[in-house]
Design a protein around this ligand. Structure first.
Ligand SMILES: C[S@@+](CC[C@H](N)C(=O)[O-])C[C@H]1O[C@@H](n2cnc3c(N)ncnc32)[C@H](O)[C@@H]1O
Length: 207
């Protein structure tokens, strides 16, 4: 049920964030791309369109219900053969080192505990080839907190809604995980600030 509601209500709200993710990730035809925390599969579908017939998109998520909804959405498109869905955890990705040209984790890192966020970023850096791109999007740690973010944090604390996620400083976390922060964009999601950051995996580019 929650996955269907998420799909219905968040589809419009997350458009701006997804557009920024796609603009920064800029997948090329033939790319192998990972979408970590793929949710209901909407971003994976947009990625599949961009990587073309020779590219592949791997979508992982911890939630079987989200994966089922993603599977239903993907089945309605022409991209079924380009997308592989798998149950998995961003903190311990089920892929070999340097399996991908690019990876994204959209609106998932803020759901993890602080040390797990760095572990997840390191995992993304491990599975993407040197010189490859990682784009992360998360609720932004905006200082000083604006009125909407303050209200959100009070609500989150009162109702103990950890599932809503906590604001992050993506640039600092990416640096701590050994990634090179390049370009960031600020967007708004339900009036909350969201940062989208392009990182590069250090090392010599193989492609
Ligand atoms: C807010 S949704 C975002 C979905 C999608 N990336 C988007 O941009 O709309 C967060 C997703 O992350 C998944 N998730 C949470 N913790 C995870 C973890 N440790 N590993 C993989 N997926 C996780 C949830 O099941 C959920 O589908």
């Amino acid at each position: 049920m929650a996955h269907r509601l998420y799909d219905m209500f968040m589809f419009e709200a997350t458009q701006e964030t997804w557009e920024a993710v796609l603009a920064l990730l800029h997948p090329a035809p033939g790319d192998q791309v990972l979408d970590a925390g793929a949710g209901t599969g909407r971003l994976a579908i947009a990625l599949a369109d961009l990587v073309g017939d020779d590219g592949r998109v791997a979508g992982i998520d911890v939630s079987p219900a989200m994966l089922r909804q993603a599977d239903r959405q993907i089945a309605r498109t022409q991209y079924r053969s380009r997308i592989e869905l798998r149950q998995g955890d961003v903190r311990a990705l089920p892929y070999a080192d340097q399996s991908f040209d690019a990876a994204t984790a959209s609106l998932i890192l803020e759901l993890l505990c602080p040390d797990e966020t760095i572990a997840a970023l390191k995992e993304l850096g491990r599975v993407v080839r040197p010189g490859g791109r990682i784009v992360v999007a998360a609720l932004a740690e905006e200082l000083p907190y604006g009125r909407t973010l303050s209200f959100y944090l009070v609500l989150r604390a009162i109702f103990r809604l950890a599932a809503l996620g906590r604001p992050l400083s993506l640039r600092r976390l990416a640096k701590d995980a050994g990634l090179v922060g390049k370009i960031s964009m600020r967007r708004s999601l339900l009036r909350l600030p969201v940062d989208i950051l392009l990182c590069e995996v250090p090392g010599i580019a193989a492609k």
